[in-house]
Design a protein around this ligand. Structure first.
Ligand code: NAP
Length: 246
């Protein structure tokens, strides 16, 4: 599938992996919607950079954990572009606490609401339009934590494992409409989120055969591959330098 002329919503694309993904799509001629929750200026800059690459782009604020905000964002996209072909559920947060006994109920709820319910909300709002189009590409940004647990805590791992379950289930539910649903599962990536993993970085690198962490563009590249391929669905692509024992 050629992404040229298509319309993509990349959640959480003001920074990090989402930004790299939005710009890689724009480089290929895809119109991109840059979603953010706090950093309007950064999102506008990404959108501006995409327009300089020759595509149409706009930045839209929406907290993915709130369905009414997601619904408004999708309405705004449809009124500007008339369609949504690609949804990358990338927006995510990590938590301050990692030990189960330190994680409060509020912290659990907030993290699950953004990382897992956020993807549900976006799928729920976007999928009816993809069904109408008889075409769609959905990629969920999971994590090695969703495959193997890890240093970011049980709530983070559970949210990312939940995304893998969501991926498998939606892939089989939506295949008949020409919609593919896949996920990527990166190891630590050079983004702002890394700050929370600083103390574990040496260990992560030491157990990674390729001997380093990932660059955002390397994750974006895997996302693009899943979007462009017409016959891969229900797949989780590890982007982890060989770390996961798969
Ligand atoms: N970095 C890693 O080591 C790593 C590894 C594996 C998986 N991942 C996953 O990859 C995804 C992107 O991570 P990243 O490292 O690129 O993170 P990042 O640099 O911290 O960027 C997070 C992005 O998500 C947005 N966001 C946060 N909460 C949101 C909400 N409620 N609604 C809408 N947008 C929201 C942020 O918007 P604002 O700028 O407006 O705050 C920002 O654009 C996440 O799902 C993360 O769990 C990251």
């Amino acid at each position: 599938m050629d992404v040229k002329g298509r319309v993509a919503l990349v959640t959480g694309s003001s920074r990090g992996i989402g930004k790299a993904t939005a710009l890689m799509l724009a480089e290929k001629g895809c119109n991109v919607v840059v979603n953010y929750v706090k950093n309007r200026e950064k999102a506008e800059m990404v959108s501006e950079e995409a327009r300089r690459l020759g595509v149409d782009s706009m930045a839209l604020k929406a907290d993915v954990s709130k369905y009414d905000e997601v619904e408004k964002m999708v309405e705004a996209i449809l009124s500007r572009f008339g369609r949504i072909d690609i949804l990358v559920n990338n927006a995510g947060i990590i938590s301050r606490h990692v030990n189960l006994l330190e994680v409060g109920e509020d912290e659990w709820d907030e993290l699950i609401d953004v990382n897992l319910k956020g993807a549900f909300n976006c799928c729920k709002a976007v999928v009816p339009h993809m069904i109408r189009q008889r075409f769609g590409r959905i990629v969920n940004v999971s994590s090695i934590a969703g495959r193997a647990g890890g240093v970011a805590g049980a709530h983070y791992a559970a949210s990312k494992a939940g995304l893998i379950g969501l991926t498998f289930s939606l892939a089989s539910e939506l295949a008949r409409y020409g919609i593919t649903v896949n996920a990527v599962a990166p190891t630590a990536v050079e983004t702002d989120m890394l700050e929370a993993l600083r103390g574990s970085l040496d260990w992560i690198v030491s157990v990674t055969p390729l001997g380093r962490i990932a660059k955002p563009e390397e994750v974006a590249h895997a996302i693009l591959f899943l979007i462009e391929n017409d016959f891969i669905t229900a797949e989780v692509v590890d982007v982890n330098g060989g770390r996961y024992p798969s």
